[in-house]
Design a binder for this molecule. Structure first.
Ligand code: ATP
Ligand code: MG
Length: 502
């Protein structure tokens, strides 16, 4: 007798074909235990993971632990009054966020409540969690996202669809860097979403003020869950921002999302997990904390033309303590992203703004997307700066320096001064190219390093009056030819003479 055995593959295939989704079953239960923003609910047999739950007196929660006889839920409302025995009902749908054009210019909570005091009518909703686009739906990063910050655009370029981490200690200019990048997107047709997680409400409002003053709220939406909000709300904020950005990306638009910051996000998730009695791991974070950030950042993409060609660039921010970038959360996020901009407290306090440490900052995919004009002028800057740093350490000990060393040191000092940039004053691509070209062609040779700060705006003003066509040409073509290079050299020479004659 012969046994006819079905292969495992056939069985599973049949099971998948037979499976008909039953949808969400709305059921009722009662609270059996409640403390610190976490509730246990018995019954609710049809409850799904991540389902929105409605508690008795206008309180909302999300189901995060599905157990045999009940559900563990975190409450969305901070300090909510939930009592044992309160009724709980499933809403039948996962927690979602408003998406559409009308989120632009608004300050919203993750679930779409307006925080700017004006009424808000959502047009459509999208779930906060979604799988990331598949590899075949993507294409390599090929267009630059110009930040307007000279050291970044020249040495650590960011491409549209890239995920570039901004990492540094507290008060080192992380938020400023991200906000300046948003400011620079005016008239570049990029939608920006700024997501504030676990920050003070006053800090968020000052960012919103900066954005509104510069007219950036015309193309920016702010999603905020402040330190006063519940950990669950803080946990949801970046996913909500990501869903909003994803909606624009699906329309073929370019989007920039800033997550400020993911350290606080991880802490909010740790709080939730510990209250849900999940086992703690390293630094008391739960075991799935890597997945918390990877599933968020994987959703940033540069979509293939067949999928609309939209892009979502992510600038996650991580706060370190004592410059320790090898702690658990920083290393996790460094490994997920396509590069990092490392801001150093020591540089910041010595007056270098933005305080970027070039040795530890890198952009893994941006170089391929850099504009030709920038490629032509930025080739050797990193090496030059690294040589200067190395030499500067040794020069501190010796007094007798030969002429060559002294020249390298002075050039390095001037380059560092050139890379100093005031906040909220991004350069245009033309200005960036002109400055680097001037530096390369020795326009600053006769300028002492201490005078650089004064001379840079003077040079830009001079160039704008004698050759305005250079700036408009670079904005349009993003490139220049050898003839233009020669003409510019002449202008630099005349400017240097002018400065010396004064
Ligand atoms: P936190 O850790 O509190 O979030 P942060 O790292 O986001 O801080 P910022 O708030 O961006 O830092 O900046 C800290 C301070 O440094 C602010 O007062 C800001 O005005 C100043 N600052 C940052 N960048 C610059 C700059 N390029 N020029 C002048 N001041 C700057
Ligand atoms: Mg900040």
């Amino acid at each position: 007798m012969e046994f006819v055995t079905e292969s495992l593959n056939d069985i599973l295939k049949k099971r998948v074909e037979e499976f008909t989704p039953s949808g969400f079953v709305t059921t009722c239960g009662a609270v059996t235990k409640v403390s610190d923003g976490v509730a246990r609910v018995d019954n609710l047999p049809g409850c799904c993971y991540g389902e929105l739950l409605r508690f008795g007196n206008g309180v909302w929660g999300i189901a995060l632990d599905l157990e045999e006889n009940g559900v563990g839920a975190v409450l969305l409302n901070a300090g909510a009054a939930v009592n044992i025995g309160d009724n709980v009902s499933g809403t039948g749908h996962p927690v979602d966020t408003p998406v559409s054009e009308n989120v632009i210019g608004r300050v919203l909570s993750p679930i779409g409540a307006p925080l700017d005091g004006k009424p808000f009518k959502p047009k459509a909703y999208a779930p906060m969690e979604k799988p990331a686009p598949a590899i075949l739906a993507r294409k390599p990063v090929c267009r630059p996202l110009v930040t307007g910050i000279l050291p970044i655009d020249s040495m650590i370029p960011i491409g549209k669809g890239q995920r570039e981490l901004i990492i540094g200690d507290r008060q080192t200019g992380k938020t400023t860097l991200a906000v300046d990048t948003i400011l620079n997107q005016a008239d570049k047709n990029v939608i920006c979403i700024y997501c504030a997680i676990g920050q003070k409400a006053s800090t968020v409002s000052s960012v919103v003020m900066t954005l509104s003053k510069a007219g950036a709220m015309k193309y920016t939406a702010v999603v905020a869950a402040t330190a006063a909000d519940s950990p669950a709300m803080q946990y949801l904020a970046p996913y909500a921002a990501c869903s909003m950005a994803e909606w624009f990306m699906e329309q073929g638009r370019d989007v920039l999302v800033v997550y400020d910051d993911l350290s606080k996000h991880a802490v909010a998730y740790r709080t939730m997990s510990l209250l849900l009695h999940r086992p703690p791991g390293r630094e008391a974070y739960p075991g799935d904390v890597f997945y918390l950030h990877s599933r968020l950042l994987e959703r940033s993409a540069c979509m293939a033309d067949s999928e609309g060609g939209g892009t979502m660039t992510a600038l996650p921010i991580i706060e370190t303590t004592g410059g320790n970038i090898s702690a658990y959360i920083p290393t996790n996020v460094i490994s997920i992203t396509d590069g990092q901009i490392y801001l150093e407290a020591e540089l910041f306090h010595s007056g270098i703004r933005p305080a970027i440490n070039n040795g530890l900052s890198v952009s893994r995919v941006g170089r391929a997307a850099q504009y030709k004009a920038m490629q032509k002028v930025s080739g050797l800057l990193r090496i030059e700066l690294a040589q200067y740093k190395e030499m500067a350490i040794f020069a501190r000990f010796g007094s007798d320096l030969d002429a060559g060393t002294r020249q390298t040191l002075e050039r390095g000092e001037k380059l560092t001064a050139l890379f100093n940039q005031d906040k909220n004053k991004p350069y245009s691509l033309g200005e960036e190219t002109a400055l680097l070209l001037a530096f390369r062609d020795g326009a600053f040779d006769g300028v002492p390093p201490k005078e650089m700060k004064k001379r840079i705006p003077e040079l830009l003003q001079y160039l704008k009056s004698v050759c305005p066509e250079f700036f408009s040409h670079i904005e349009r073509r993003h490139d220049f030819d050898s003839e233009t290079e020669e003409t510019m050299k002449g202008h630099f020479g005349r400017w240097a003479e002018l400065v010396e004659s004064r």
